[in-house]
Design a protein around this ligand. Structure first.
Ligand code: ZN
Length: 293
């Protein structure tokens, strides 16, 4: 990008195209520019939280709400545990839904690329199950075919439920899927400061849980076994072990300090645990590319 193109981009994205949205029954102020066509630049955009259809006129939205029969995201429901549900949506099969989803995400995330490669991603939609339907509250995306260890590309929790622990639920699901496909993973880098803190807290709890669960008879554990039991990459595990001073080096012999009181002491400062994903309730198979003949 030349400096002129950079300046043009900054000018174009300086102003919010939409000031607020009505999302289901929630009214929200947007945080960032989102690249919408001119006819959608408005003070308030109305969005159906079931099918993600959007429009600028309230009357049109009310008409849509009366007619819309959709009561859950498209795709396959891969998880249900009491009032929480996950749907897997394929970017190439549900293009309009996923494009709308990316546009909404762009309103609340300042570095999100929209449109570029939607068909290359799967979207995992976190929902609250209520009497009147299954409502969108957040999502994470994941590359269908990844040549690296990324198990999560983009993550969003809608602002109206940001203190509900749903961010941790989304991250927990990304690792649950990594474990099921037997491929250790981690988030796409770089992470924001907040993202880094969230992950360090999550990784610390995850690694320490494995160490605390070790049988007192177990005298040895390898980084690979921790990786198998957490779905984490060996480099992220090493980062936590070193950072939390669990890994000790005495005269070139490495060992882990698995003293229960020591580990529980670290846990105390690692932040609150999120709601756990019940692995028995996941109905999911890893994505398999079908070759065209
Ligand atoms: Zn709708």
């Amino acid at each position: 990008m030349t400096q002129k193109e950079v300046n043009e981009f900054i000018n174009q994205t300086k102003f919010k195209t939409v000031e607020s949205i009505m999302f289901g029954r929630y009214w929200l102020e947007t945080w960032y520019f989102t690249p919408l066509p001119k006819e959608y630049h408005t003070k308030c955009l109305y969005i159906c939280d079931f099918c993600l259809y959007f429009c600028v006129h309230k009357k049109e939205f009310l008409r849509h709400s009366r007619k819309c029969m959709v009561r859950h995201p498209p795709g396959d429901e891969i998880y249900r545990d009491k009032d929480i549900s996950f749907f897997e949506v394929d970017g190439s099969l549900q293009r309009v839904y996923c494009e709308n989803l990316s546009l909404i995400a762009r309103m609340f995330l300042d570095h999100k690329n929209v449109y570029n490669t939607i068909e290359a991603f799967l979207f995992y939609i976190l929902c609250e199950v209520k009497d009147d339907g299954i409502h969108f509250v957040g999502y994470f995306s994941k590359e269908k075919i990844s040549t690296n260890t990324n198990n999560l590309s983009c993550i969003l929790v809608m602002p109206f439920c940001q203190r509900s622990g749903y961010g941790k639920v989304l991250i927990e699901m990304s690792y649950a899927l990594s474990m099921l496909e037997e491929k250790p993973g981690g988030p796409e880098r770089p992470l924001s400061d907040l993202g880094h803190r969230t992950y360090v807290s999550f990784w610390t709890r995850r690694v320490i849980k494995v160490l605390l669960d070790l049988d007192s008879e177990d005298k040895e554990i390898s980084i690979n076994i921790i990786s198998e039991r957490t779905g984490m990459t060996t480099s992220d595990i090493m980062y936590i072990l070193t950072n939390q001073k669990i890994l000790r080096n005495d005269r070139n012999v490495s060992s882990l300090n698995c003293d229960r009181a020591f580990l529980e002491g670290i846990l105390k400062y690692a932040g609150m645990p999120g709601r756990e994903i019940n692995m028995n309730e996941i109905r999911w198979k890893p994505y398999k590319a079908i070759a065209l003949l």
